[in-house]
Design a protein around this ligand. Structure first.
Ligand code: PEP
Ligand code: MN
Length: 447
């Protein structure tokens, strides 16, 4: 029988872990781990299997993956309004993609667990004062004081509680009628008057309503439009959070990380001999790996051998984040090598993380045009090699923030100061997200 005691290989190096006071073997971390290991699962193993089956369809080009949410969720932003706006944005984007491309869309939130961040530097210095870098609400607080920045393992339990509350609302919104396709008109509130998308979205909503009425008249049960599947995901970064939430599934006797449906390993923690890859190899969830521009075909093939030796459909997703300037050169050789190997992977484009820069005024930002250019390069690369452009992974929010430059609203560098709220990387706002979905829908339709 599989047990959790000897599941993970001991002694491996885990990159990007917090410097907990008292160390990882200290009493405070042990207490948090003990608490987490007794709490109920946030998701069910069977739901993870359902998602895997849907990813398997997307690997065949029969579905499209839409994953979106904050770079870093925060405890204070886990409000009903903020959660609802994010879900609504993802549902609107999914409706646009599904309608124009006639493909089912797999809806995945970067939410209900996305609370930990890898950082380029351990410390941050401001005006001569050096403190530990902010590593996400799972670890410390964004405020620049020693107390706030000192890692506190009790936060791991708060991550669980906040994720649980978020997921409860996600489930209520997506199962309770809010996501009913017949509501597609009411989701439009807030940008109905937007000169660029209001009319286009309204037109689409009218068409969808007519199609639904037709289906109803043909005998399709209208209740079947009422709920949608919505999955949770985050970067599996803090192993003292993910390991105690790994459980043996009673149906299959196999281990699943029940903190989210889908977990990914970041660009900075995917060392082949590291603890994160060992973790990913041992759990049964569908998993993602971020691939930056330095990834070679040999690297990618080695990851496949480690993470999916049996070539199980739906198990492995590669999330590429090459940068707009590099994708057309770097992606095709990977696509070709993996396609030639016969390995089943879902290719997802993260057009955010290779396109970040800092303005002279000190804001971390991204240009909407660079984001779109990377997505275009992604579609072009797949077309050239003959593989499926499987989805997109977007840092977004449902609120009208000013964090990324450009888009139809033409957000300028001077505008960034108006409403810059991200605790980490800049997100597309609601309108920019919708705009992206219309543009991606065109690419998908013409692929
Ligand atoms: C992220 O997704 O927020 C992230 C840190 O990405 P990457 O691992 O690709 O740098
Ligand atoms: Mn990010």
């Amino acid at each position: 029988m599989t047990t959790l005691d000897n599941l993970f290989t001991p002694g491996l190096v885990a990159a990007q872990q917090p410097q907990w006071p008292g160390g990882v073997e200290g009493e405070a971390v042990k207490a948090a781990v003990a608490t987490l290991s007794k709490l109920p699962p946030l998701v069910f193993a069977g739901e993870c299997d359902n998602l895997k089956a849907r990813i398997a369809q997307a690997q065949e080009g029969k579905a499209f993956w839409l994953q979106g949410g904050d770079c870093a969720e925060t405890f204070v932003a886990a409000t009903a309004d903020s959660i609802r706006n994010r879900i609504k944005t993802i549902l609107q984007m999914a409706a646009v993609l599904q309608y124009f491309a006639s493909l089912p869309v797999i809806k995945v939130g970067r939410m209900a667990g996305q609370f930990a961040k890898p950082r380029s530097n351990n410390d941050e210095t401001r005006d001569g004062v050096t403190l530990p870098a902010y590593r996400g609400d799972a670890v410390n607080d964004l405020a620049f004081t020693l107390e706030a920045r000192t890692p506190n393992p009790e936060r791991l339990v708060q991550v669980y509680n906040t994720s649980s509350a978020t997921l409860n609302l996600v489930r209520a919104f997506t199962q309770g009628g809010f996501a009913d396709l017949r509501q597609v008109h009411t989701w439009n509130k807030g940008f109905a008057n937007d000169p660029r998308f209001g009319a286009r979205y309204e037109e689409m909503a009218n068409e969808i309503s007519r199609a639904l009425a037709f289906m109803e008249s043909a005998g399709v049960d209208p209740e079947s439009f009422k709920s949608v599947d919505f999955y949770s995901s985050h970067e599996a970064l803090i192993l003292e959070y993910e390991r105690p939430l790994t459980r043996i599934d009673s149906r299959t006797n196999l281990p699943y990380d029940v903190s989210a449906h889908f977990l990914w390993i970041g660009e900075r923690t995917r060392q082949m001999d590291g603890a994160h890859m060992d973790f990913a190899a041992k759990i049964q969830n569908p998993i993602g790996i971020k691939l930056g521009p330095k990834t070679t075909p040999e690297d990618a093939l080695a990851m496949i051998a480690k993470l999916n030796p049996s070539n199980e459909p739906g198990r492995l997703t590669f999330i590429t984040r090459m940068g707009a300037g590099a994708i057309r050169e770097k992606l095709p050789p990977l696509l070709k090598a993996i396609n030639d190997s016969g390995a089943k992977v879902l290719w997802v484009c993260d057009p955010m993380h290779g396109n970040t820069f800092e303005t002279s005024t000190g804001y971390k930002t991204r240009r909407f045009d660079d984001v779109m250019d990377e997505v275009r390069g992604f579609f072009e690369s797949h077309k050239a090699v003959g593989t499926h452009p499987g989805g997109v992974h977007i840092e977004l929010t449902g609120d009208d923030v000013t964090e990324c430059l450009g888009g139809g609203e033409q957000i300028s560098e001077a505008d960034l100061a108006n409403r810059y709220e991200s605790a980490c990387d800049p997100r597309l706002n609601h309108t920019q997200s919708l705009e992206l979905s219309f543009l991606v829908a065109e690419m998908l339709r013409d692929r």
